[in-house]
Write a protein that binds this ligand. Structure first.
Ligand SMILES: Nc1ncnc2c1ncn2[C@@H]1O[C@H](COP(=O)(O)OP(=O)(O)OP(=O)(O)O)[C@@H](O)[C@H]1O
Ligand SMILES: [Mg+2]
Length: 446
């Protein structure tokens, strides 16, 4: 192995002008402040198990990228040059620079990835268009990021790709029979051809009732109990706040999924999800601006949900507090609809109207679960009175607790922020309706 061979530990440390990329602190919102040349950047290479390469034909851009990523990055002028250095024996993450934002180069990178499964490519581009994103993801590039999106998303993407490469099969050397290629011991068993996860939609006919709090914690609790992914779709298309509630800075949103049109399949959709690392919940975020809400129609949403359920155990859908064709269409494909209300007359009135509407639409009542939030509030109205008025049992009763706004403000789901609170216990019990608790599943196995 030559000193600059990718996978070796003697990679030349590039030196060059300061970065054109932008940086922001971990967890902070994306900013467009350029990295100051004097700021010491911790080498990304030291935080990942894979070797790190930069492919960029423009020498100045290449140097800038390398400097941004810190020490230990191997620079290459072309995909061919990178390919000639790969051994296939060690995982390599390659960052393709802005000059690689071209279908031909992206296809070349895809062909190299086919030959070397231990290679993961991330494209950094000046103009992140849906066409480029779609082409790159289809070619086998793992992620596509905008160059002005900041350094932190790139570092996170590198870490994510590196983590998955640890399980990639080793490249087949010429003359070695395919059967002799070792399989990672913990490689997941191939799944069934078709999977149909449950869709649980959470809705309230009155804003601020706690829909997002319930949907988020339900998804987190279901993820703890599921072997396949659990996804939360933020279908509050104008003011969705699932990402904010989980402290996520999404690169892609539901609008990208819609823009893929007929090309949308499970693989493309999965690549658009952002993972909430502490819990593993996958999120399809709402549009970043209300103006984009119109781009998501009823048929788009149902198609997205139907595609998600092919690889997820649960798809939890958070909704806005009004009924429109988008919300009604998602009701149609839901296995369960959680109706969230509170102990106040407007909320009860709206719930009553919603129940009547759902009956008219022919949605079976056994699909509905009534969730009374802040059910212990001393407001001269009790749960029994609400149940009598609605002719419906409130099967889930969530108390009022200051830990809820505290958890929201910290960007943490309440079930992990305050697991011993009455709120968390009620939401965990709600999850029992859909999936067996982890402990009792263990007991049953014995
Ligand atoms: N059980 C509870 N105890 C105390 N505060 C709560 C409780 N449930 C929700 N809240 C607070 O109420 C506010 C609204 O909650 P949430 O955003 O989940 O409602 P929503 O129905 O999704 O609202 P929107 O209509 O804006 O989407 C949040 O600030 C949250 O902290
Ligand atoms: Mg909400």
């Amino acid at each position: 192995m030559t000193p600059d061979q990718v996978g070796g530990h003697h990679l030349q440390s590039p030196v060059g002008p300061s970065s054109a990329l932008t940086a922001h602190d971990a967890g902070a919102p994306v900013s467009s402040e350029p990295i100051a040349p004097t700021v010491a950047v911790p080498p990304v290479r030291s935080t990942i198990g894979a070797s790190l390469a930069v492919v960029e034909p423009d020498p100045e851009l290449r140097d800038q990228l390398c400097v941004s990523l810190g020490e230990g990055v191997a620079p290459f002028g072309s995909v061919e040059e990178l390919a000639s250095r790969l051994t296939g024996a060690v995982p390599v993450v390659a960052v393709l620079g802005p000059s690689c934002s071209d279908d031909v180069v992206v296809d070349q990178a895809g062909a190299v990835v086919d030959r070397f499964p231990m290679l993961g490519c991330i494209l950094v581009t000046e103009q992140l268009t849906t066409a480029l994103l779609q082409h790159a993801l289809r070619a086998g590039v793992r992620d596509v990021l905008a160059v002005n999106g900041g350094l932190q998303p790139l570092v996170e993407a590198i870490q994510r790709v590196s983590a998955t490469l640890e399980h990639a099969p080793v490249a087949v050397a010429p003359g070695v029979p395919v059967d002799d290629v070792p399989t990672p011991p913990d490689a997941p068993a191939p799944g069934p051809e078709f999977h149909c996860g449950q869709v649980v939609t959470v809705f309230s006919p009155k804003g601020g009732s706690g829909t997002t709090v319930v949907a988020t914690s339900l998804a987190v609790e279901l993820a703890r109990r599921s072997s396949r992914p659990v996804c939360i779709v933020d279908a509050d298309l104008q003011f969705g706040d699932v990402s904010v509630g989980l402290k996520l800075a999404p690169h892609h949103t539901i609008v990208d999924a819609v823009a893929a049109g007929e090309g949308l399949d499970a693989a493309l959709l999965e690549s658009l999800l952002v993972t909430h690392e502490p819990t593993g919940v996958r999120v399809l975020p709402a549009p970043l601006e209300p103006a984009y809400a119109d781009q998501v129609g009823a048929a788009d949403l149902t198609r997205i949900v139907e595609t998600l359920r092919t690889f997820c155990d649960f798809v939890v859908v958070d909704t806005p507090s009004y009924l429109n064709d988008v919300v009604l269409s998602v009701f149609d494909v839901s296995d369960s609809i959680a109706l969230v209300g509170g102990l106040d007359i407007p909320s009860i009135k709206n719930l009553k109207v919603t129940l009547q509407t759902l009956r008219l639409l022919g949605i079976p009542e056994d699909k509905l679960v009534m969730v009374l939030n802040r059910s212990d509030s001393k407001v001269k109205l009790d749960v029994a009175e609400v149940e009598r008025a609605l002719q419906f049992k409130a099967e889930v009763q969530v108390p009022s607790d200051v830990c809820v706004p505290q958890s929201v403000n910290r960007g943490e789901p309440v079930v992990t922020h305050a697991p011993r609170s009455g709120v968390a216990k009620a939401l965990v019990a709600m999850a029992d309706r859909y999936a067996a608790p982890v402990e009792s599943r263990h007991k049953r196995r014995k």
